[in-house]
Design a protein around this ligand. Structure first.
Ligand code: B12
Ligand code: SF4
Length: 506
């Protein structure tokens, strides 16, 4: 029977691969009901050949891929294209952030048949049921789906409210283990030797106009209960001896009650943890809450500071109550508590004139230096603003008026400049001039020299001191131009940049 399913995770990083939670959750939705295989592009030498061989067996009817922007496109696009050429009868289904946000270009490519738009827990099995029946007239009733109707029009169905996350089936770790040993995904990080990557909630209650998750969740958020999370953590502690967790949630700290309860539950387990949150949300936690979290293992929190400029924060539609003043106070608070704040800044937002764009960049550079003054342990991540189309926002209107447009073919998305765009390193935004990008990148090099990230545990001792001395005069005088000597040291010691490599690994 030709109805087995391939669920593919295209290569997303060069090493230390995280457990592929996206495809695990897709697998969970059909576990025990349908026959499927996981293919992890991170761990296959030649995933294309592997997938072709599977299809040649004649047993597979579906090729399903998760697709994030950036490096995953490099495998997802050519493999899907080749497969459609060789096996046109195989149904191709994409899901994930790229497929959902850039659905038009995916559907126009002629190689993607269906897209799951956001959570696939119900949509994916429902689509398979419909396709198996052989009649596809009811597709419009399936929520979170994008398809072409008989007239060839692209239809985006209604969104499904977020599900009770505790009611979702367990992730099929045992099934994954048949193909790729789960223990190999538990990475050594700056927090511990065996780090679990875990996703405990869906969505985010905010609508920042620059963020790619907004069109998918429309300000909705739902999390697993503290007990539900702890049950999974305990499983990994007992079976694999984990000593650290990276929470991959978009906004882990949304519910204080949940975070505090979870912290109490893991208090004696000797597990460190890291997660992403908002400054204004966590600033509402009391000192006692923060101390309890620290004691339970909360080591570092990734925070979207974005900018210290209140006007620009408004333009970003950051929502909530964040301000430049709050960012500074928060950095000081974290210093007292002993949790490392990892603040990301987005530089290069559009403005009315070129002069204003540059002035804002210089202003933010000074702001970052002030933060470092207040709490030198603060980790700084700098991104260049890479627009994500949250259609309808003022910012979207502004970037379109400024002459920005997205690629109209999948091939263009894998060209080197667009790949860099996805990595938020080369934004292709017309208002950002090369000299501005130089200033930002040179400052970043000097900053990383003076304060190497703690997440790179290779840069310690004398290496740290040499880098510090080499960068100090530049940092103090503001002379960031051509910092070749620091770049050379970074190259020799293979300095890692969390903003490019993502998360924490060797
Ligand atoms: C883990 C992760 C990574 C990992 C690898 C992921 C992997 N697959 O191996 C790494 C660290 C490599 C990574 C890198 C990047 N990432 Co990333 N990443 C994530 C993160 C934190 C978690 C993904 C995850 O596991 N989610 C859990 C699963 C269960 O949720 P899900 O993916 O949404 O899956 C559900 C649905 O989407 C759907 N679905 C998804 N795939 C599929 C496939 C099929 C067939 C079906 C039917 C359904 C389906 O069903 C699932 C279950 O309901 C997300 C944020 C987030 N919380 O999701 C960002 C996120 C996806 N990343 C993002 C980005 C931009 C990147 C980068 C490209 C850029 C950057 N600087 O961060 C880099 C690339 C850097 C590099 N060198 O590789 C953005 C995408 C935003 C956008 N504009 O679309 C996100 C949303 C973070 C953010 N808030 O900005 N990332
Ligand atoms: S708070 Fe963070 S995750 Fe939520 S919409 Fe804003 S940037 Fe995106």
């Amino acid at each position: 029977m030709k109805n087995k399913i391939i669920i593919f995770n295209p290569r997303s990083a060069n090493s230390k691969h995280r457990i592929p939670n996206s495809i695990l959750q897709v697998g969970a939705s059909i576990q025990g009901k349908r026959e499927y295989i996981f293919v992890d592009g991170n761990l296959e030498k030649d995933p294309q050949q592997k997938i072709i061989s599977l299809c040649e067996s004649g047993e597979y009817g579906y090729f399903c891929s998760t697709v994030m922007p950036g490096p995953q496109l490099r495998q997802a696009i050519p493999i899907t294209q080749e497969l459609k050429k060789l096996f046109p009868e195989i149904t191709t289904i994409w899901g994930g952030y790229f497929a959902s946000n850039q659905y038009q270009v995916c559907m126009d490519s002629g190689v993607v048949d269906y897209i799951i738009n956001g959570p696939g827990d119900v949509a994916f099995p429902s689509l398979l049921d419909e396709l198996e029946k052989g009649i596809t007239t009811d597709l419009g009733a399936i929520k979170n789906l994008i398809f072409r109707n008989e007239k060839g029009e692209i239809i985006k169905t209604a969104k499904e409210p977020l599900l009770d996350q505790d009611a979702l089936p367990d992730l099929p770790y045992t099934h994954l283990n048949q193909y790729y040993p789960v223990k190999n995904y538990l990475a050594k990080t700056f927090m511990g030797n065996t780090t679990l990557s875990y996703h405990s909630s869906m969505g985010c209650p905010f609508t920042c106009s620059f963020c790619g998750i907004v069109p998918i969740f429309n300000a909705a958020w739902k999390g697993k209960s503290a007990e539900g999370m702890y049950k999974d953590v305990k499983y990994f502690k007992d079976k694999y001896g984990i000593d650290a967790i990276e929470f991959h949630d978009n906004n882990f700290f949304t519910s204080k009650k949940r975070v505090v309860e979870f912290s109490k539950l893991i208090m004696d387990d000797n597990i460190k943890y890291w997660g992403e949150g908002r400054i204004d949300t966590i600033n509402r936690y009391s000192d006692e809450d923060l101390q309890l979290m620290k004691k339970a293992g909360c080591t570092m929190i990734f925070l979207g500071a974005e900018t210290g400029n209140d006007e620009v924060l408004k333009q970003m539609n950051k929502g909530g109550t964040q301000s430049g003043k709050m960012i500074k106070e928060f950095a000081a608070r974290m210093k007292r508590v002993g949790i490392i704040p990892e603040m990301s800044f987005v530089l290069g937002m559009p403005a009315e004139t070129e002069e204003q764009v540059y002035k804002q960049i210089l202003w933010d550079i000074n702001f970052i230096k002030e933060i470092k003054e207040i709490n030198p342990d603060t980790e700084i991540i700098i991104y260049l603003y890479s627009p994500t189309p949250t259609e309808g926002s003022d910012l979207y209107q502004q970037i379109i008026e400024a002459g920005f447009s997205f690629p109209s073919t999948l091939e263009e998305w894998i060209s080197p400049s667009w790949e860099n765009f996805d990595l938020r390193k080369n934004p292709l935004t017309p208002w950002l001039k090369p000299y501005m990008i130089d200033t930002i990148q040179n400052f970043e090099t000097v900053l990383n020299g003076k304060y190497p990230t703690v997440s790179d545990f290779r840069i310690t001792g004398y290496k740290k001191s040499i880098l510090h001395i080499a960068s100090n005069w530049r940092y103090k005088t503001g002379f960031y131009k051509l910092p070749y000597e620091i770049k050379a040291l970074h190259k020799i010691w293979k300095y890692r940049q969390p903003e490019i490599e993502g998360f924490y690994s060797e």
